[in-house]
Structure formats: structure tokens, C-alpha cells
Design a protein around this ligand. Structure first.
Ligand SMILES: Cc1cc2nc3c(=O)[nH]c(=O)nc-3n(C[C@H](O)[C@H](O)[C@H](O)COP(=O)(O)OP(=O)(O)OC[C@H]3O[C@@H](n4cnc5c(N)ncnc54)[C@H](O)[C@@H]3O)c2cc1C
Length: 484
């Protein structure tokens, strides 16, 4: 059973799926349009994914890179935020069904903007995910933080008893794209600088950090020159870069690798991080099935040059979900696409002619390797070292959402970059194990809440009242701490 989101206005209704770069920027671009916008997303935060690795390695807190969309849009009167996972889009009926904790809601639209992004791809080996988390969400980053800092803690425990710790002090990052390079660089800095005085039984500087990839170079989209520079910089930091190495299996204690020569080997490592491959949101396949649009191997949907779904001018799809002219899966593609779609929606309402096809303006790519060292590709200009790092710093600061977050991120960066300290090292057991625990429940978190209407509120109220009365009586009677 699903509730229907009541429509009590004739105003044009825009439903936006997703609160990432496409969803949030699209919603904001509709601020002055004569429309109501309902943003439905799996989380009510906007996530600045490029800085997830800093949450995972203790530099930034999750709040700094994931502001509440409700707060960001508080002053945009025509925007409403709804939490939930979209489980169905009916192109014929023009409705979207979303679900939260088993409760379903149907919302109708006049125009739909789909910006549901992409998830991690394990290239058909989804069972790897249990032992090698990806890096796509706040949950992923916090789990990884727990696993990384937790590995050092377990190693300290075991070393103090004289037991072997190599498997605990080996960190393997799979995938030598920007995320993998940044993660490997940060774990190396963490072990060699931040943690070097904090432990007694282990020498954190001896931790092995391995970055491996089936491809033959680091950072392929940056070209051979910057790829080679990045590899050298990582090796100088102490990272072992293993190229032409394909992961064939992953388990709790390590992973199996097949080299280009055909040789198979095993790496004993408790902490594995999966930074290879993306798979577009399954909503792409759902839309493709109903519209007849094409779908590529990464699940990205083929859209028209104006970002609409074939046969459905009222549906725009933007960002990581689309396959159009080999556009890369980067934030600017989503931002520019969403702004383009918003302009088209406004233009249609004002009877303006359609825009020219969507054209992406490439503002360049950057990746950090370590403190004061990055690579940047801006047009044909290739930069590396301190200059690239300063540019990286400026760009990321500008694009972080909200002054509050920019300010606190700057403080944390100052602390980390000037002193090597990290102030966000908190990690809990639940952080590490909650994902696996939830995945073992057939219906996930839905199993942990009562069905609508079945919660015995009056019984619970009576219990709470009796408990409060007893607390109060004990205090008034001075009866605490006395034998009864
Ligand atoms: C670790 C990492 C580092 C990156 N670094 C960079 C970088 O340095 N520079 C750069 O330009 N790009 C970078 N990217 C890529 C960039 O973040 C993406 O290209 C961008 O986020 C795409 O925007 P999007 O709106 O398409 O999707 P996203 O930003 O991923 O947003 C998708 C939204 O949809 C929601 N959603 C998904 N499915 C559903 C559903 N069924 N129902 C409801 N909501 C749903 C999600 O909760 C999310 O809010 C990085 C990505 C990652 C993962």
C-alpha cells in the first residue's frame, strides 16, 4: 500500500530525484521559477563526494562535506525535501514512488529531473563488497575510517602479545583513479606522520600501503605524463604501486591477485578499499525499459542532446547516470546539466524557444597525492606539485556548500596541513559493522521498526509515566543509595 502525496495546486510540479550535484543544483536553479519543486532523495544531505577520502582518513567531519539539504533550501519557498528511496517511476502515469522504512508514497509530476548518480561497481563480484567497502557515501567513509584506525588498534593489541601483525598493517586500495590515489596517499601520510608517536608496540611507519590496478598506469584520464609523476610521488611517500594487477577474489583476511604475466598471488590484508569502477543508479535501467532508451555497460542511460529521455520531453536525466558524447562522471557534468535542464523548464513555462543542445564546459580535473602535492589538468595545461595543490585547495573550498562548512573545513585543513594532526579520528564498532549487520536482515532497517499503526503507544506511555513517578518518589524520599 502506498500513500498519495496530495496535489492541491495547479502550479507546475517538478520532482527532482537525488540531492547530489545534479539534484541540488537543479533545485536551486529553479528558485525563481513559477513551479513547486519536490526533491526526493535517499539522504537529506547533499554530499560533496570529492572530499569523502578526507572523512575516511580523519581530516574532516562528515557534516563538513554533507550539509542538510533542508537547511540549504530553507529559504527557497518553492522547494520541499522528502527523504526516501525512489523504487518506481511510472512514465505513463507521471508518478514517482518512494519508500522509507517500508512506508511508500506516490508523488505526481509535470516535469521530472532524475539525478540519482552512480554506485560502486565490483564488475559482477558483488560479494567483494562485504570485505572491501567502496567510497560513495558518508556511511562508506565512516566505515572506512573505523576500519583503517581500527586496524592500527588491533595491531597494537596483537603486537603487545608478540603475535604477527603484518596482515593488519597492510592496506590495499583497489583502483588507481583519483579516489584510489587520494586514499593511498592519505593512508601513507597517516601511518608515516600523523600516527607515528601514538602507538607503543607497533611502528606505524612500517605499514604497507598498496595501490593496485589492472590498468598499466596511474590516473589514466590525466594522461601518461601526469600519471607517471603521480606514481613517482606516491612511491616517494612509501606507497607500493602495483599495475597490471587484477583482483580475482577478496575475503576477510586478504585478496587474490592475478598479474599480467598470468601469475596468481595472495596479499594478506585485513583492510581493503574498493575505488574501482562505477555503476549507474538502477533507476536508469527502469527508465530505459519504459522508454526504450539505450543502456551502456555501466548502466548509463542514453539521453537526447537536450538531456531529455527519448520520447519523454518532460523527463530530464543528468549527471553520472547519462551516456552522452563520452561525458565524464564528474561533478561539473551534473551541475551544468542540471542548470541546463532548469533553464529549459523555465523557458518552456515562458514559451521561449528550446535551447541549443547541452554543451559541457570542461573546467579541468585535479587529484591530490599528499600534503602540498597534487596534479591538475586544465585544458592542455598540466600542473603538478605545490601550485596544483594550491589550486585544488581553492577550488574545493569554493565548491563546498555553505560558509559554515567552508570555514570549519579551512580550520581543519590548517591543523592537518601545518601540524600533521587530524581531529576527526573518532571511530565506533557500529560504524564498522552496521552495514554488514543490516545487509543480513532480509528487509534491512525496515525489520527494525514496527508496521504503521502497530506501535502500542498507550502502553508505552503508561510505562514511561510509572517510571518517571518512581524516579521522582525516590528522590523526594531521599531513598537513593539506601538499602530498601
Ligand atoms: C570518492 C569520489 C571522489 C570524487 N572526486 C571528484 C572530483 O574530484 N571532481 C569531480 O568533478 N568529481 C568527482 N567525483 C564524481 C562526482 O562526485 C560525481 O560525478 C557527481 O557526484 C555526480 O553527480 P550526480 O548528481 O549525478 O550524482 P550524485 O552526486 O552521486 O547524487 C546522487 C543522488 O541521488 C540519490 N539517489 C540515488 N538513488 C536514489 C534513489 N533510488 N532514490 C532516491 N535518491 C537516490 C543519492 O542519495 C544522491 O543524493 C568523485 C566521486 C567520488 C565517489
Amino acid at each position: 500500500m502506498a500513500d498519495v502525496n496530495k496535489r492541491n495546486t495547479d502550479r507546475h510540479q517538478v520532482v527532482v530525484i537525488g540531492s547530489g550535484f545534479g539534484g541540488l543544483f537543479g533545485t536551486k536553479a529553479l528558485k525563481r521559477a513559477d513551479v513547486d519543486v519536490t526533491m526526493i532523495a535517499k539522504t537529506t544531505h547533499h554530499l560533496f563526494q570529492p572530499l569523502l577520502y578526507q572523512v575516511a582518513t580523519g581530516i574532516l567531519s562528515e557534516g563538513e562535506i554533507a550539509p542538510a539539504t533542508r537547511e540549504v533550501l530553507a529559504k527557497q519557498d518553492n522547494a520541499t525535501v522528502l527523504l526516501g528511496e525512489v523504487v518506481d517511476v511510472d512514465l505513463e502515469a507521471r508518478t514517482v514512488t518512494h519508500q522509507v522504512l517500508g512506508r511508500r508514497t506516490v508523488t505526481s509530476y509535470d516535469t521530472l529531473l532524475v539525478a540519482a548518480g552512480a554506485g560502486q561497481s565490483y564488475f559482477g563480484n558483488d560479494h567483494f563488497a562485504e570485505f572491501a567497502p567502496g567510497m560513495k557515501s558518508v556511511d562508506d567513509a565512516l566505515e572506512l575510517r573505523g576500519r583503517i584506525f581500527g586496524a592500527f588498534e588491533l595491531a597494537e593489541n596483537m603486537a603487545s602479545k608478540g603475535e604477527p601483525v603484518d596482515h593488519l598493517l597492510t592496506f590495499v586500495v583497489v583502483g588507481a583513479g583519483p579516489t584510489g590515489v587520494e586514499m593511498a596517499g592519505q593512508i601513507a601520510e597517516l601511518s608515516r606522520k600523523t600516527l607515528k608517536r601514538d602507538f607503543r608496540a607497533i611502528n606505524t611507519k612500517e605499514a604497507r600501503v598498496i595501490l593496485l590496478d589492472a590498468a598499466s598506469q596511474v590516473l589514466p584520464p590525466f594522461g601518461a605524463h601526469l600519471g607517471a609523476k603521480s606514481k613517482k610521488a606516491l612511491e616517494d611517500l612509501g606507497v607500493e604501486v602495483q599495475l597490471g594487477a587484477m583482483v580475482t577474489d577478496v575475503d576477510e583476511r586478504g585478496l587474490e591477485v592475478q598479474d599480467k604475466s598470468g601469475e596468481r598471488r595472495r596479499i594478506e590484508a585485513v583492510t581493503k578499499i574498493w575505488a574501482a569502477g562505477v555503476q549507474a543508479s538502477p533507476l536508469g535501467a527502469m527508465l530505459a525499459e519504459q522508454s526504450g532508451a539505450s543502456l551502456d555497460r555501466a548502466g548509463r542511460i542514453g539521453v537526447n542532446p537536450d538531456l531529455t529521455l527519448p520520447g519523454h520531453p518532460e523527463v530530464f536525466v543528468v549527471g553520472d547516470m547519462i551516456a552522452l558524447n563520452n561525458l565524464p562522471g564528474v561533478a561539473q557534468v551534473a551541475i551544468q546539466g542540471a542548470k541546463y535542464a532548469a533553464k529549459e523548464i523555465k523557458g518552456r513555462l515562458e514559451d521561449k524557444p528550446a535551447q541549443e543542445p547541452f554543451k559541457y564546459f570542461d573546467k579541468g580535473s585535479m587529484a591530490t597525492i599528499s600534503r602540498f602535492d597534487a596534479v591538475a589538468l586544465i585544458g592542455k595545461v598540466k600542473l603538478s606539485g605545490l601550485l596544483a595543490w594550491l589550486m585544488w585547495l581553492g577550488v574545493h573550498l569554493i565548491y563546498l556548500t555553505g560558509f559554515k562548512n567552508q570555514f570549519t573545513a579551512l580550520i581543519h585543513w590548517t591543523v592537518t596541513f601545518l601540524s600533521n594532526d587530524r581531529s576527526q579520528r573518532t571511530a565506533t564498532e557500529q560504524q564498522i559493522f552496521a552495514r554488514t549487520a543490516l545487509s543480513r536482515l532480509p528487509k534491512g532497517a525496515t525489520e527494525l521498526v514496527s508496521e504503521p499503526g502497530t506501535f502500542a503507544a498507550e502502553d508505552r506511555r503508561a510505562q514511561l509515566e510509572a517510571q518517571a513517578e518512581e524516579e521522582s518518589r525516590l528522590t523526594d524520599a531521599g531513598a537513593r543509595g539506601r538499602a530498601s
